[in-house]
Design a binder for this molecule. Structure first.
Ligand code: BGC
Length: 781
């Protein structure tokens, strides 16, 4: 049934509605009683800038509770906790008059180098899907819409506005679409944000197969598709594809183009009507929002604290933790200025911020390094003296803010050199070193064997400093487990040869072998396996049985103190036949137990546990081991079930390929076999062939004029972000990549009129050597 207002709107009004009014709101039509709908960023808190805010005002949002980032929450494996946080964010959104929060981020962590991994939960689609579902359900229960993002196959920041994610359908379905599928089917989100990138040559915004065939027709999505900010590539194609709402707004060029397409007959008004109808429905659904409740920010801070506790992962403990001594030195800049969130559109202005030194005022403190992890002889001398003087040296180190942001990827997996020198200095004078580690993504820990304990806090939100101290002292018991594998070296990551620069496109050559699916199948050593984490207590597993597809197991706390265990269920297919990971996560539960207490846990198996994608989901026959595990590598109990469906044989191409042997790295030839078509990396555009899909940075390769333009833009950006003295400022770096390395069409869409289509076309002409055309464009009105 069409929305009743639709028939009363004229074409111009309908087209206006399809594009945002400004950075955060839809267009309102008071005479049709259509109010504006307001959206704001998430996902680990509310980033609401109020009316008029734009991309550059990231740090000027209203204060809101900064909960642990998704990288932390992923390690909690706690659907209730994630739901509680979503409900709290919804309350804060409601109080600000926000209708939809742009989260959760449910992209899959393909490489630890992705700059935005801290906004995502896991390398595993099952875990991601369940946590995302909890977020959406609880947020929407409070009357606020959720908007899972970025749909889909958006797992790198490099060239994020124009890269092409090239992958086979099986990989897409089993890994990169699976979490979205779960969230759509189980939680019915009000919105979905389509990603910037292309999928196999077609931009997500223009991708009818993605947005209509799969999302709506197969999965039953009934909400609204919004573009990522600036992502609408070809308005006519996008509208036909089912991309309903282009954000942000504030200019007229997309409206103009839609009018042109309609008058040319290349777009039908009836196509526009479909999107407008969905927009009207969505806007309407927020008219009768619940009244804002009075927010208790103290309670929300306590929830942020609880979440930081539940998400911390104890990576090593030779018995030194919980700390017994009181003569402790806190060493490291992060003890004073916590790393608690990443940079970019998810940046929250916290309502409070507790550092470790505030939480442990009686312990001594020296910074030992600066915010970037750089050190000096003087800082090292101080650190040495403090460490010498203490019974235990607790070092707060990890990734600096400049490494983790939207807009660009990390350059390497290492920690800052200065921090390594700092640890070395401390280790020289004190045998009792505990490391508290911050960062939203794995890093290399060359010092790991020489310290006594390591507590990983990820990016734990505004209460992270207090949580770290309470975990160290044993007031609380760590219970998080890693939601992604930590590799031993960068080269061990299966996509390390094809990930990010210098490839503009995202070549998913490793196929389904992402994270533990690769390390387990290839039997590769890792630093920490997926699902790994220690506790101050111990758990025993017993009584595994299976009855009518329900797996039951008993878990008991056999230690001396209360604690929580994350019990994982993996399904391991028989080897042989079509390539498959040796095991896949198909269930998990987090259970809190007092000393001696036990719980019986049930896990339901469904047909997806035994299926792969091959022209549809196919349940594959054979024997399957059901593994109950404390981590992917710590299997405690097993049993076997048999599926009687047909066995899928290995196709002839598979046998000689990387996907069969997992030895070395996949080659372009392997990738061609996987894709079923000949693959070779796309040639770089050069003078004469640049299009609106290229970036100013690319265009400037052959043009002194454009090099000068970039120079001027950099100066302006540096001034805006105070980066004149410090080009490592992550905000500046993000602004740099989001403008100078943004596809021209995206720049026009999202610059709020600062870069008009005419200016972009002139730049294009200049880069393509068509100077006369550029001048005549300039002179044309
Ligand atoms: C990001 C989105 C974000 C949007 C609005 C985009 O650049 O990719 O995640 O929600 O900006 O700030």
């Amino acid at each position: 049934m069409r929305h009743p207002v639709l028939s009363q709107m004229n074409l111009t009004e309908k087209i206006d509605l399809l594009i945002g009014a400004d950075f955060w709101r839809s267009v309102s039509f008071p005479h049709h009683a259509i109010p504006a709908m307001t959206v704001a960023d998430g996902p680990h808190g509310l980033r609401y800038q109020g009316v008029g805010g734009d991309a550059h005002a990231i740090h000027t949002a209203y204060p809101a509770t900064c909960f642990p980032t998704s990288a932390a929450l992923g390690c909690s494996w706690d659907v209730h906790l994630v739901g509680e946080i979503a409900a709290a964010i919804a309350e804060e959104a409601c109080a600000q008059g926000v209708d939809v929060v742009l989260g959760p981020g449910i992209n899959i962590k393909r490489s630890p180098l992705c700059g935005r991994n801290f906004e995502y939960y896991s390398e595993d689609p099952y875990l991601t899907g369940k946590l995302g579902t909890a977020f959406v359900k609880q947020m929407q229960k409070k009357g606020i819409g959720a908007c899972p993002k970025h749909f889909a196959a958006n797992s790198q920041e490099y060239k994020r506005f124009s890269s092409d994610s090239i992958l086979d359908e099986r990989t897409f379905r089993e890994i990169y679409l699976a979490a979205f599928e779960t969230v759509v089917r189980e939680a019915n989100p009000r919105m979905i944000m389509c990603a910037y990138n292309k999928i196999n040559g077609t931009y997500c915004s223009d991708n009818r197969w993605l947005l209509t065939d799969v999302l709506r027709n197969e999965w039953g999505f009934s909400g609204l598709v919004v573009t990522d900010w600036g992502a609408m590539h070809d308005p006519a194609a996008a509208i036909r594809a089912g991309c309903d709402w282009a954000m942000p707004g504030g200019t007229q060029h997309l409206q103009k183009r839609i009018h042109q397409e309609i008058s040319r007959g290349t777009l039908l008004e009836s196509d526009v009507d479909i999107c407008v109808d969905r927009l009207l429905d969505c806007v309407q659904s927020f008219v009768a929002k619940p009244a804002p409740v009075k927010i208790d920010l103290t309670l929300h801070h306590e929830l942020a604290y609880k979440a930081a506790i539940q998400s911390a992962v104890l990576l090593k403990n030779d018995g030194i933790l919980p700390l017994k001594s009181s003569k402790i030195a806190l060493i490291g800049h992060m003890a004073m200025a916590p790393r608690y969130q990443g940079s970019g559109s998810s940046y929250i202005q916290p309502t409070r911020l507790v550092s470790a030194i505030q939480a442990a005022p009686s312990w001594s403190f020296v910074p030992g390094c600066d915010a970037y992890g750089e050190t000096s002889p003087m800082l090292l001398r101080e650190a040495r003296a403090a460490a010498q003087d203490a019974d235990v040296a607790v070092c707060f180190v990890g990734l600096p803010a400049t490494d983790e942001s939207e807009g660009f990827d990390r350059d390497h997996l290492g920690m800052p050199e200065g921090q390594l020198r700092l640890l070395e200095t401390v280790l020289q004078v004190n045998q009792h070193v505990v490391v508290v580690l911050f960062g939203g993504s794995p890093m290399l820990l060359p010092w790991f064997d020489r310290v006594q304990a390591v507590l990983y806090m990820a990016l734990p939100g505004q209460a992270g400093g207090q949580a770290a101290i309470d975990l160290l002292t044993g007031l609380e018991n760590p219970s998080g487990k890693l939601a992604e594998t930590w590799p031993l070296a960068e080269g061990d990551v299966p996509c390390s040869r094809c990930y990010s620069a210098p490839h503009k496109d995202a070549l998913y050559q490793e196929g389904i072998y992402v994270g533990y699916r690769y390390y387990e199948s290839a039997n590769a050593p890792v630093l920490f396996p997926f699902g790994y984490g220690l506790s101050y207590t111990q758990f025993a597993y017993s009584d595994l049985c299976i009855h009518e597809q329900i797996v039951s197991v008993t878990v008991q706390n056999i230690g001396a103190r209360e604690g929580a265990e994350i019990v994982q269920l993996y399904v391991a297919p028989e080897r042989g036949g079509l390539y498959r990971p040796t095991k896949e996560l198909r269930g998990f539960q987090k259970v809190f137990l007092l000393p001696g207490e036990f719980a019986k846990l049930d896990f339901a198996l469904d047909s997806r546990c035994f299926s792969i994608w091959q022209d549809g989901w196919q349940q594959v026959g054979g024997l399957y081991e059901i593994q109950i595990a404390a981590s992917v590598r710590d299997v405690r109990l097993t049993t076997v079930v048999e599926q009687t469906d047909a066995i899928l044989p290995a196709p002839p191409w598979q046998v000689q390929s990387w996907y069969h042997t997992l030895s070395g790295y996949p080659t372009d030839a392997d990738f061609s076999l996987l894709l079923g078509r000949s693959f070779s990396p796309a040639p770089e555009a050069t003078k004469g062939s640049y299009t609106m899909e290229n970036t100013l940075l690319e265009l400037s390769q052959h043009s002194l004029i454009l090099k000068a333009v970039i120079w001027v833009m950099c100066r302006i950006l540096k001034k805006m972000y105070g980066a004149r003295k410090d080009a490592r400022n992550p905000q500046y770096r993000m602004a740099y990549f989001s403008s100078i390395d943004c596809a021209l069409f995206g720049l026009v869409n999202s610059s709020g009129g600062k870069i008009s289509e005419k200016v972009a076309l002139m730049c294009l002409d200049i880069a393509n050597g068509k100077i006369i055309r550029a001048i005549s464009r300039l002179l044309r009105r």
